[in-house]
Design a binder for this molecule. Structure first.
Ligand SMILES: O=C[C@H](O)[C@H](O)[C@H](O)COP(=O)(O)O
Length: 261
């Protein structure tokens, strides 16, 4: 075992390198790295577990793998809790039995991707539009395994310069967007359907997404998150603060695994 990089964090680094790149280094595509991280996470899945099934291109690989292991008889009695309609459909197609957190309020393990991961394992999620259901499910799981390729690692939340998604109610959305802009000095854009610039993107919950673009670090994440939630019209934000318990990163250096708790 060897210790891996820590992205400049001053804290002791508990990251463990669990596999090294092959001697004649292969170049993996980003999707291959996502798949490597996803397969590693599925090693945590045991028969009889209730599993939170994430959303997005990385989580998709994990769900495919769970379906494969079920069909091979290597896993049994799994119950999946999908974090989106898209994931529910995937689980259905793979024959993974599904439920929800009303019927199964205790989730053993959730596996999901992320858009950004900071050195404290705080996340940005929701660029795929599923942040609300993800947060509802992943906040009640015993273990939350986040799977990413190395491109998702940032020095601070918002550090990629890309969107920080916020789910809002459609009613007077421009008013809510302006409030968020003036509160944080950021740029707020309504998410629209790809190739249909006049059609707002509508979440599984019938809401809109406002993407915030910050010019600098938002500072204390809890303070910023609480301030967002105090804006009437905001349903939830995409910062997942202190929720991830395990982080699996796949990169050209190999795969690292880091436990927070
Ligand atoms: O709403 C989408 C989710 O938060 C995804 O987990 C996140 O956007 C990462 O997606 P991907 O694995 O496709 O990069």
């Amino acid at each position: 075992m060897a210790l891996a990089y820590d992205l400049g964090s001053k804290k002791p680094n508990p990251t463990t390198l669990i596999s090294s790149p092959p001697p004649h280094q292969l170049i993996f595509t980003q999707d291959e790295l996502k798949k490597i991280a996803a397969y590693k996470a599925v090693e945590f899945v045991e028969s009889g577990m209730v599993i939170g099934l994430g959303t997005g291109s990385t989580a998709k690989h994990a769900i495919d793998r769970i379906g494969e292991l079920l069909h091979q008889g290597k896993l049994s009695n799994i119950i999946g809790i999908p974090t989106s309609k898209q994931t529910q459909h995937q689980a259905f197609c793979l024959g993974i039995p599904v439920s929800d957190i009303e019927t199964h309020p205790v989730v053993d393990l959730a596996i999901d991707g992320a858009d950004e991961v900071d050195p404290d394992m705080n996340l940005v999620k929701g660029r795929g539009g599923s942040l609300l259901r993800e947060k509802m499910i992943e906040s009640c799981c015993k273990k939350f395994v986040v799977i990413v390729d190395e491109s998702k690692l940032v020095e601070y939340v918002g550090g990629s310069g890309l969107a920080m998604p916020v789910e809002i109610v459609p009613f007077c959305w421009k008013f809510t967007a302006k409030k968020l802009e003036s509160l944080f000095g950021c740029v707020a854009k309504l998410r629209v359907v790809m190739n249909k610039l006049d059609d707002p993107y509508v979440t599984d919950n019938g809401n809109y997404i406002i993407d915030l673009y910050f010019k600098k670090d938002v500072g204390d994440l809890r303070v910023a998150g609480d301030a967002m939630l105090r804006v009437a019209g905001v349903v939830e934000h995409g910062m997942f603060i202190d929720m991830a318990t395990t982080l699996i990163v796949a990169g050209e250096f190999g795969v690292t695994l880091r436990n927070k708790y």
